[in-house]
Design a protein around this ligand. Structure first.
Ligand code: HEM
Length: 248
């Protein structure tokens, strides 16, 4: 179960590194960013249908999250059962004890906060069921993000969630590598460094775009009449997926 938790966490982090890097395409402008979103959906065409890779990715991500949560719950339950009524009556005044207890608590609450964030995130940007800041339009990812991050509280939700992610990944990478047997003798400082770089790297990479939007460092989205001719032209044969392209 510990191995399952470690591997599912590591693979999810690899996805997040790609996601964070992908988001930085935002700085190249509206057409480039939305084109990138279409390109992701058209990967391996015609071997797979449009959005085929995206659906495979979604299934893999759901499986990873389920594996991660179920193994966490199982380990927590087994731990409790093994401990029985022993509620640590004798508290050792030992720094290591407090540190591990603190990390454990933040892992649990941080994990729950992240699960709630992922639900919010999918409702906002994938299903477009929650549309803070404006009218969201399917396919116009640049515009949807632009209007969402005009609001300070949307920015704050992301900043807090990413801080939770950073702490979770910081401890998680260390913990996972330990479970998988990578922490032996002189590798420890190196593993600590990797955990730190991945965790804080994710935080800063993800925060670049919301910060640029909130502070007005990027261009506002185009009006539909200017946007669709350029977008439909840029995406080539994928234009058949968009009713708006037929009209232009
Ligand atoms: C500043 C931070 C983030 C921004 C601006 C952002 C933005 C986006 C956008 C715009 C999409 C939709 C892309 C599209 O439909 O073309 C998306 C999808 C997604 N994001 Fe994020 N994201 C951020 C952080 C995260 C984090 C921290 C997680 C996970 C912990 C995450 C997980 C996902 C997932 C699972 C999808 C769904 C892909 C799908 O099925 O369509 N994102 N993100």
């Amino acid at each position: 179960m510990k191995r399952l938790m470690a591997w599912s966490g590591i693979i999810f982090i690899v996805y997040l590194l790609f996601h964070a890097y992908g988001n930085t395409h935002y700085l190249q402008g509206e057409i480039a960013y939305d084109h990138y979103a279409v390109w992701l959906r058209s990967l391996l065409e015609p071997l797979l249908p449009y959005e085929g890779v995206l659906w495979i990715l979604r299934i893999v991500l759901i499986a990873l999250i389920l594996a991660h949560v179920v193994s966490a719950l199982y380990l927590w339950w087994r731990n409790r059962k093994a401990r029985g009524n022993d509620k640590y009556e004798v508290k050792k005044a030992n720094a290591e004890y407090f540190a591990s207890r603190y990390a454990m608590r933040t892992m649990r609450w941080g994990g729950i906060a992240l699960a709630l964030f992922i639900i919010w995130h999918l409702l906002q940007f994938t299903t477009l069921s929650l549309t803070p800041g404006g009218e969201y339009i399917h396919g116009r990812a640049y515009s949807n993000m632009y209007y969402g991050f005009q609001l300070w509280w949307v920015y704050l939700i992301y900043a807090v969630a990413l801080a939770c992610l950073c702490l979770h990944v910081w401890h998680g990478v260390w913990s996972a590598l330990q479970t998988l047997g990578a922490t032996r003798g002189n590798t420890i400082p190196f593993i600590r460094l990797i955990a730190f770089i991945v965790a804080f790297g994710l935080f800063f990479l993800f925060m670049i775009v919301p910060t640029a939007i909130l502070f007005g460092w990027v261009d506002a989205p185009m009006a539909a009449a200017d946007y669709y001719p350029q977008f439909c032209d840029a995406i080539g044969s994928s234009a058949e997926q968009f009713a708006e392209c037929a009209a232009h």
